[in-house]
Design a binder for this molecule. Structure first.
Ligand SMILES: Cc1cc2nc3c(=O)[nH]c(=O)nc-3n(C[C@H](O)[C@H](O)[C@H](O)COP(=O)(O)OP(=O)(O)OC[C@H]3O[C@@H](n4cnc5c(N)ncnc54)[C@H](O)[C@@H]3O)c2cc1C
Length: 376
């Protein structure tokens, strides 16, 4: 039986307070402006949500990966864009903490934990996010710096990031570099006009003869794929938790509506057809949560990221599936009210659909799982 610890429940309470007090009154503003205002990010920092997976000596709380998924889930119930912002962080923070030099750890982690700086991780290219081994962005080493040329696409927080973990080709291998905003030759291109996650900047990044210090390589030169796969394995369960939060948010809306909407002189919750839909939604949420929390629980027990690839891929896929399925049923329950923007379900549906390609498509999640199953 899976039980949350007292500390994890405390994180849930903090995240819920953050969602209700700091974020809920600002959702329309964020959607309208297409931004998560800096003061909201700073409040997430002050409440300790940005450093949940980072060790204490680097400014975090080391509350763990389950605690991070809980925080993401709670924020997603209220505003999935902010949840996605948080969900995309732990993998990048982890690779800096575990592959970075002292200088990199000290320089990059604390500002991000405080909410004074933003990270992104850039792997996808216009030639296809699934074909990551076919990198076109290249870094050529000189005496003191790499010269980087290429383009990255669909990068979450790309438009606002202060530090970018950038997957590049170095010779016939891949390396991960950290590139700071303002580095000459590094610019932000087109922002994707998205159907969902309206508060998140998903952008193209352009590298044009961009000089990046040799010391900015993260981990060993040539070891970039292992670094990237580590980050993705850690981010996928938290991205799954965005889906779980969306599903819970949609379920809450549907349950409230079913109890309040009166037809034939009775609330529609007395109709068995509505009850069955609520049961299906509740069951789907219950099943998905085990898949989504398991990989984080394994990491918290000391299991290495390499050994959670299957569970992490499954958690991400489960998050997207449960969100889409539960939101659709919630929309059925709300009838005509579902299509009003006031119901928030349309926004949830669009956010849910974006979870399918984010951090790897459904097919790629299956390929990862099949690879791990066949190895066993
Ligand atoms: C909201 C959002 C945020 C994102 N954030 C980031 C980010 O921060 N950093 C980043 O690097 N990327 C990011 N991405 C990009 C994301 O990782 C890619 O969209 C994803 O990997 C798919 O790549 P693609 O869009 O190029 O599709 P493609 O790779 O072109 O795939 C197209 C279709 O082909 C299928 N396909 C491809 N290969 C196979 C195969 N071998 N077998 C079967 N089917 C296959 C896919 O499943 C899909 O259906 C983000 C995307 C979204 C939507």
């Amino acid at each position: 039986m899976f039980e949350f610890t007292k500390e994890q429940e405390m994180v849930r309470a903090i995240a819920r307070e953050c969602a209700d007090i700091d974020i809920a009154p600002r959702v329309q503003e964020c959607d309208r402006t297409g931004d998560i205002p800096q003061d909201i990010i700073a409040k997430m920092g002050t409440r300790g949500l940005l450093g949940l997976t980072t060790s204490k000596d680097l400014g975090g709380s080391a509350a763990g990966h389950v605690a991070m998924a809980i925080a993401v889930e709670e924020l997603a119930r209220v505003y999935p864009s902010v949840a996605f912002f948080l969900a995309d962080n732990p993998g990048t923070m982890h690779i800096i903490e575990h592959f970075g030099t002292e200088e990199q750890k000290q320089g990059y982690l604390e500002p991000c934990i405080r909410g004074d700086a933003v990270l992104c991780i850039a792997a996808t290219e216009p030639t296809g996010g699934s074909a990551l081994t076919n990198l076109g962005t290249e870094a050529v080493a000189g005496d003191r710096a790499y010269t980087v040329n290429g383009r990255k696409l669909y990068i979450s927080n790309g438009g606002i990031a202060d530090y970018c973990a950038l997957l590049v080709k170095t010779g016939d291998r891949a390396s991960m570099l950290i590139v700071e905003r303002g580095t000459p030759g590094y610019s932000v291109g087109r922002r994707l006009e998205q159907i969902g996650f309206k508060g998140i900047h998903v952008s193209e990044l352009i590298f044009n003869d961009c000089a990046v210090r040799l010391g900015n390589v993260l981990g060993a030169e040539g070891g970039g794929f292992a670094v990237a796969m580590t980050a993705f394995a850690i981010n996928r369960p938290t991205i799954g938790a965005v889906g779980l939060g969306i599903a819970r948010g949609a379920f809450d809306i549907a349950l409230r509506f079913a109890k309040e909407r009166v037809l034939y002189h009775k609330p529609i919750s007395s109709l068995q057809a509505i009850q069955f839909m609520l049961v299906d939604m509740d069951t789907a949420i219950d099943a998905a949560q085990w898949l989504i929390y398991q990989p984080g629980a394994a990491l918290d027990r000391g299991v290495q990221p390499r050994d959670i690839f299957k569970g992490a891929a499954r958690a991400k896929a489960a998050g997207a599936e449960v969100a889409a399925r539960v939101v659709k049923k919630a929309m059925e329950i709300l009838g005509g009210s579902a299509v009003s923007t006031e119901s928030r379900l349309g926004g949830f549906l669009n956010d849910a659909m974006e979870l399918f390609p984010a951090a790897g498509t459904g097919n790629i999640m299956k390929i990862i799982q099949a690879g791990e199953i066949l190895k066993s």
